[in-house]
Design a protein around this ligand. Structure first.
Ligand SMILES: Nc1ncnc2c1ncn2[C@@H]1O[C@H](COP(=O)(O)OP(=O)(O)O)[C@@H](O)[C@H]1O
Ligand SMILES: [Mg+2]
Length: 367
């Protein structure tokens, strides 16, 4: 799958932009704060209806305007797809796929797949579990809209259950109904996350050995608050909800479930979050992102579009080489401050765009 054309209107610092991309490597070069990441962000937005920088939608609209447009033309399975997004100041957005209105965000998932790798991804390893859950949920939702549906339903019932727990006039019958619903959605979410972690281990093992010249063995482990015994997540979860009811009522919160789960990354049996070097943490996330490229291809039959935001300069030679060799198989959009260290790896199919102050100065100069 690849982006053929990006067109932006009043998006961030782009008043008007129209770029034709190549099916291979596209490099956006320029100084800081010129609009390189803004381009990747707009592409990412078309896959998730959300910015990877998790800012508010209205921040995406050019300061001097009241509405922004993103339009992507995508080549997929030899067919063209068009995604049009209009973002409005009041936080609303209108999304169209092939000129047909999308009424729920879930309907957008699976139309266009991307994997983004950016410097902020280091946070996924180092910081709170919510970032790791978010990554799992986004990756799973983009290939499986049903996963997203179950997640939305789970969170809905969860917040209703929490309201009930805080309530003095507490109804056991309603709690029972919530618990049964919750365990049904949790069962699905947990089993999909476990499957995903299995696949990450499968692909990640080879990738990580290649990046580290066989020196390191990586292992991803899902940490579930629900007992995984006999794979009977539903009953195990229901039982644990009952066991924890006194505590949950005291706190007015549901203390177990997929919303509290996490995953850990071990390198040579050592937990990278606690003991890993910065380099190992960065490589863990690199391995995970490259494994997810393969997972998406396994599921959809095509590689997603790879977005590399300013990451090459931070990596050592082995890692850089691994990336630059791998991207030959898929469309890649790279942003960087200079291309000197890339030229050895890029062929004449690459397109280079110079970005300056919300404008592309030359459209796709070849190397
Ligand atoms: N809503 C907006 N309207 C106009 N300019 C914006 C908006 N949001 C961000 N910018 C500008 O975009 C630039 C940053 O773009 P970015 O793509 O992050 O830069 P970089 O080239 O370093 O990746 C800054 O100059 C910032 O002021
Ligand atoms: Mg940037």
């Amino acid at each position: 799958m690849y982006v053929k054309n990006i067109s932006l209107l009043n998006y961030r610092n782009y008043k008007k932009l129209n770029v034709e991309l190549t099916e291979s490597v596209n490099v956006f070069v320029g100084d800081n704060a010129q609009g390189k990441t803004n381009i990747l962000e707009s592409v990412y937005y078309c896959a998730f209806a959300k910015s990877h920088r998790s800012s508010k939608d209205k921040e995406l609209i050019n300061w001097e305007n009241s509405t922004a447009y993103i339009s992507l033309l995508i080549g997929k399975n030899r067919l063209d797809k068009k995604i049009d997004i209009n973002i409005l100041r009041d936080g609303k957005k209108a999304i169209k796929v092939n000129n047909i209105k999308v009424t729920k965000i879930g309907e957008l998932f699976g139309i266009f797949n991307v994997v983004m790798f950016s410097p902020e991804d280091l946070k996924v390893i180092k910081e709170s579990p919510s970032l790791r859950r978010r990554l799992l949920d986004m990756e799973l939702s983009q290939v499986n809209p049903n996963y997203y549906f179950n997640l939305v339903q789970y969170n809905k019932v969860l917040s209703e259950r929490n309201i009930l727990l805080k309530n003095r006039s507490f109804s056991e019958e309603i709690l029972e109904v919530y618990d049964i619903q919750l365990s049904k959605y949790a069962d699905y979410i947990i089993s999909k996350r476990l499957e995903y972690i299995d696949k990450i281990n499968f692909y990640g093992d080879v990738i990580h050995k290649e990046i580290t010249s066989g020196k390191e063995v990586i292992k991803f482990k899902y940490n579930c608050t629900v007992n995984l015994e006999n794979k009977n997540f539903k009953d195990n979860y229901l039982r644990k909800l009952k066991d924890n009811i006194t505590r949950d009522r005291e706190k007015g919160l549901t203390s177990i479930g997929p919303h509290r789960d996490d995953f850990s990354v071990f390198i040579n049996n050592i937990d990278t979050k606690i003991f890993g070097s910065q380099g190992q943490q960065r490589t863990s996330i690199l391995t995970m992102k490259f494994a997810s490229l393969k997972i998406i291809r396994e599921i959809t039959g095509e590689y997603p579009v790879l977005l590399l935001d300013d990451v090459l300069s931070e990596l050592d030679l082995n890692r850089k080489r691994y990336i630059l060799r791998s991207i030959k198989d898929m469309q890649t959009i790279i942003t960087c401050a200079g291309i000197d260290d890339l030229t050895d790896y890029l062929d004449d199919k690459v397109k280079i765009f110079n970005v300056s102050n919300g404008q592309i100065l030359n459209q796709g100069r070849n190397i």
